[in-house]
Design a protein around this ligand. Structure first.
Ligand SMILES: [Fe+2]
Ligand SMILES: [Fe+2]
Length: 188
C-alpha cells in the first residue's frame, strides 16, 4: 500500500475517534445532561477539523479521486458525489465552528440548534468515511498503478497530523488527552 493511502486510512481511524469524542461532548447540551460541555475542547476539535481533515485529507483525496474518475472506474458517480461532499463538509465545519464561537462569545444559541447542527455534522462525516472505506479505498489498490502513485506524489505533499501525530500533537495536547480519557473510560 502506498504511504499516502496508508496515511489517509489512518486519518479515517483518527477522525472517527475525534467524532466519537465530539458526539460524547455534545451530549452535554441535552436537557437532561448532568455535565457541562467543555467549550474550549469543542472549539479545539473544530479547529483541528478545519486545519487538517478539511485542509489536507480532503484535498489529497480530491487529487486521487480525480485520477480514478479519469480512469472511468464504474464507481465514478459515487466518487464525484464524495468529492462534492468535501465541499459540503468544509461548509458544515465552518458553520458549527462559528456557532460555538458565538457561544464562547456569550451569544445565546439554543441548545437544540447546537445539538442538531453538530449531530448532523458528525453523521455526515461518519457516512462519508464509511462510503469511502467500503467502496473507494479498495479501488486504490486495484485501479492505480505505480506510475499513477508516482504522479499523485508530485501533487500531494505529506503533512503530519497536528493532533494524532506523536511528534506534533502539542498544539492539541489538551484535546488529545480528553480523547484518550474518554476511550479509557469506555474500555473499563
Ligand atoms: Fe473524503
Ligand atoms: Fe476520507
Amino acid at each position: 500500500m502506498h504511504k499516502l493511502q496508508r496515511q489517509l486510512q489512518t486519518d479515517h481511524f483518527h477522525l472517527q475517534r475525534l467524532l466519537n469524542y465530539l458526539s460524547h461532548e455534545i451530549n452535554c447540551y441535552d436537557f437532561d445532561s448532568e455535565r457541562a460541555a467543555d467549550l474550549t475542547v469543542i472549539l479545539s476539535a473544530l479547529d483541528y477539523v478545519n486545519v487538517y481533515p478539511d485542509k489536507w485529507h480532503h484535498p489529497a483525496e480530491d487529487i486521487i479521486f480525480g485520477r480514478l474518475i479519469r480512469k472511468k472506474v464504474k464507481e465514478s458517480d459515487l466518487i464525484q458525489a464524495l468529492k462534492d461532499e468535501h465541499q459540503a463538509i468544509a461548509q458544515e465545519t465552518h458553520k458549527i465552528h462559528e456557532l460555538f464561537k458565538s457561544v464562547a462569545g456569550d451569544c445565546i444559541v439554543p441548545a437544540n440548534e447546537l445539538l442538531a447542527t453538530t449531530r448532523h455534522f458528525i453523521s455526515l462525516q461518519r457516512q462519508h468515511i464509511e462510503k469511502e472505506s467500503e467502496y473507494i479505498y479498495p479501488l486504490m489498490d486495484t485501479a492505480l498503478s505505480d506510475e499513477d502513485w508516482h504522479a499523485i506524489e508530485k501533487e500531494i505533499t505529506l503533512q503530519s497530523d497536528p493532533l494524532f501525530d506523536a511528534a506534533s500533537k502539542k498544539e492539541y495536547d489538551h484535546l488529545y488527552r480528553y480523547i484518550l480519557d474518554l476511550e479509557k473510560s469506555k474500555n473499563n
